[in-house]
Design a protein around this ligand. Structure first.
Ligand SMILES: *[C@@H]1O[C@H](CO)[C@@H](O)[C@H](O)[C@H]1NC(C)=O
Length: 238
């Protein structure tokens, strides 16, 4: 490859990763209702996003309901358990601003980033496992049957660990596979869930391993209430 070719390749890679950071992983606009410009719902939603942007970074989780009756909006934000409060803030602010442009006038929506999740709705959803919103992301490199079995073992362990700690509902860890190879994983739930519902949520998505990630080197199942990720390389910040 010539120098300029390498340069443009690097440029494309950089652009691709910037775009992913800028636009997040995925979003979903819900069909639970719409509002019009100037409705009280719009102002309540704006206030909610501001609240979440300010409150979430302190602990990595925020939730609130604002407004009355049909103008009441429920929302939460969650940052990945290992990100700094600074990165958490950047992520929630960005996701909160972007989602309102991606789902204009929708009363409910969810936006997933690598580092955070922002969700709101006109329907009370706190404390309930979200089985509607879900996304799979994979590393398509294939691995051995044994690696896949160990992945399930690691994630089950991390599901127990996360749900046993109600203050974080988060766990990360690694296991040795063969030789020097390792599998790195994390599990996390939104902190409106009880410990037992967190466990239930994680068990359910871990059951999807054969469907999402059969013999794949890395994978994620990300729902509105819980998620896991595993990779063959360290991805959790120290
Ligand atoms: C988006 O929401 C709809 C309706 O709730 C659901 O059927 C669909 O699976 C969701 N998509 C994602 C990516 O979560």
């Amino acid at each position: 490859m010539s120098c300029s070719r390498i340069a443009s390749f690097v440029y494309l890679l950089t652009l691709a990763s910037l775009l992913q950071t800028a636009f997040g992983l995925r979003h979903n606009c819900s069909d639970t209702g719409s509002f019009s410009a100037g409705d009280p719902y719009e102002a309540n939603l704006k206030q909610l996003i501001e609240y979440l942007s300010n409150q979430t970074p302190q602990t990595g989780f925020g939730r609130r309901a604002i407004g009355q009756n049909q103008n009441r909006v429920y929302g939460l934000a969650l940052c990945r358990g290992d990100v700094s409060s600074e990165d958490c803030k950047t992520c929630v602010v960005r996701a909160g601003n972007e989602i309102r442009q991606l789902c204009p006038y929708k009363k409910g929506a969810i936006h997933w980033y690598d580092y955070c999740l922002v969700k709101y709705s006109n329907i009370h959803f706190f404390g309930q496992i979200d089985n509607q919103n879900k996304l799979y992301l994979v590393n398509p490199n294939t691995v051995s049957e044994a690696y896949s079995r160990q992945t399930e073992g690691l994630l089950s362990l991390l599901a127990n660990e996360a749900s046993a700690d109600p203050s974080s509902l988060y766990a990360s860890g690694e296991i040795q596979v063969s030789g020097s190879a390792k599998i790195y994983g994390l599990t996390q739930c939104t902190r409106d869930l009880s410990s037992s519902d967190c466990k239930k949520c994680l068990d359910r998505i871990i059951d999807e391993l054969p469907k999402c990630c059969n013999r794949l080197a890395g994978g994620r199942v990300i729902s509105g209430s819980c998620n896991f990720r595993y990779e063959s390389f360290p991805f959790v910040k120290a």
